[in-house]
Design a protein. Structure first.
Length: 375
């Protein structure tokens, strides 16, 4: 009996000593102001635990609420005193006001989407070699981004004459991933003539062809707006582009329509697709019957070159022989929207001072000034 009592006293002393050491470490840790910590000491109060939260969401388009979430109840049941959301009193909401948000407005240029494909080697009129073309493109990247952002940044009082939105511009990489060999650019506008005018003045096209658009492929792109075909680029792989052009109409006949459902199912089940849609002839009007489909543009994620080729070759359209020309390239991304959501951490990087300069010139560079570009 004495031994059991003695052991109990020793256990109590060890527990008290451990707690004293734990709080001493917490106090010492909280003294470092620069170090992030989850322990806080209010003025005149005792040391307490404060959970840290992040405001970042990987995909800001989908959220779950308490009512329709299947996991919240389980999370609450397993949530202890040292994690999860803090408990707030209902009285805290009495003084808060409710703000009703209006729907995001559409851009005035929303109507037709066009995609142009620029291959540097094919379009160059000066006979430069591949390496010279690569260095030339790198030097002109800042001018290209500036041109796109000038087109995108407008409102009712400034730059309202801009009639083209540049949704994205993707530098296309060579097969060895060491050089940029061209770019694909998606533009939205109410009329085809505005797209032509923008392309003629774009710096890289100007440098390659002096504004001659004759040999630049341009298509009307009917982007499939299904949420299952908008996986984040770079998720579980690297962003890749498939540019597929159909065989002659008399050869393929109704093959595209017959394979439509199988093709859609394949793309959805793959869970790789960033964006996809058929390419049509660039007619003036969207409902023009002569604007027939002539190919497909598919942006998707792939782990490596073999994985990308395997994905493309197993598409139903490819297996059945719909395409005459098929190209697969990895690509980079450029911020041509001009939203400047986060600061560039590289002080000497290209375009580092672009926001400040454009703001000085009067362009609406702040996020809330061009809400239609937030989508």
């Amino acid at each position: 009996m004495y031994q059991l009592l003695r052991l109990s006293q020793i256990s109590i002393l060890l527990a008290a000593s451990s707690l004293s050491f734990f709080f001493a470490r917490c106090q010492a840790f909280s003294s470092y102001a620069a170090a992030p910590t989850a322990f806080v000491r209010p003025a005149g109060g005792a040391l307490s635990w404060q959970p840290l939260f992040s405001s970042f969401a990987a995909d800001g388009s989908e959220y779950s609420s308490k009512e329709n979430s299947d996991t919240d109840d389980d999370d609450d049941a397993n949530r202890g005193d040292y994690g999860g959301r803090p408990d707030f009193d209902d009285d805290d909401d009495e003084g808060s006001s409710t703000v009703e948000l209006s729907p995001v407005p559409m851009s005035k240029n929303t109507a037709n989407r066009f995609v142009s494909i620029v291959w540097d080697r094919i379009l160059d009129q000066e006979g430069r070699d591949a390496l010279d073309l690569f260095y030339n493109r790198i030097e002109m990247t800042e001018d290209h981004v500036m041109c796109c952002r000038k087109a995108n940044l407008y409102n009712e009082t400034f730059n309202a004459e801009s009639m083209v939105d540049v949704l994205w511009s993707l530098p296309i990489l060579s097969s060895d991933l060491r050089r940029v060999i061209g770019h694909a650019m998606c533009m939205e506008s109410t009329e085809l003539k505005f797209v032509h005018e923008f392309m003629k003045n774009e710096p890289i096209i100007q440098n390659l062809t002096q504004g001659n658009l004759e040999n630049i492929p341009l298509y009307r792109w009917r982007h499939i707006r299904d949420y299952t075909l908008r996986i984040d680029d770079g998720r579980f792989g690297f962003p890749c582009m498939c540019l597929a052009l159909d065989d002659e109409p008399e050869t393929v006949k109704n093959m595209r329509q017959e394979l439509h459902e199988d093709s859609m199912e394949y793309l959805i089940r793959s869970e790789k697709v960033i964006a996809a849609g058929p390419l049509h002839l660039p007619t003036e009007f969207k409902d023009d019957p002569s604007s027939i489909p002539v190919g497909d543009l598919i942006l998707f994620n792939a782990k490596n070159r073999d994985n990308a080729i395997d994905f493309v070759e197993n598409m139903p359209n490819c297996e059945e022989g719909l395409y005459k020309d098929l190209r697969v390239h990895f690509y980079n991304t450029l911020d041509v929207t001009g939203k400047f959501v986060s600061e560039d951490p590289l002080a000497e990087s290209p375009c580092a001072d672009m926001k400040e300069a454009m703001e000085y010139w009067g362009y609406p560079v702040e996020d809330n000034q061009t809400p239609w570009l937030n989508c």
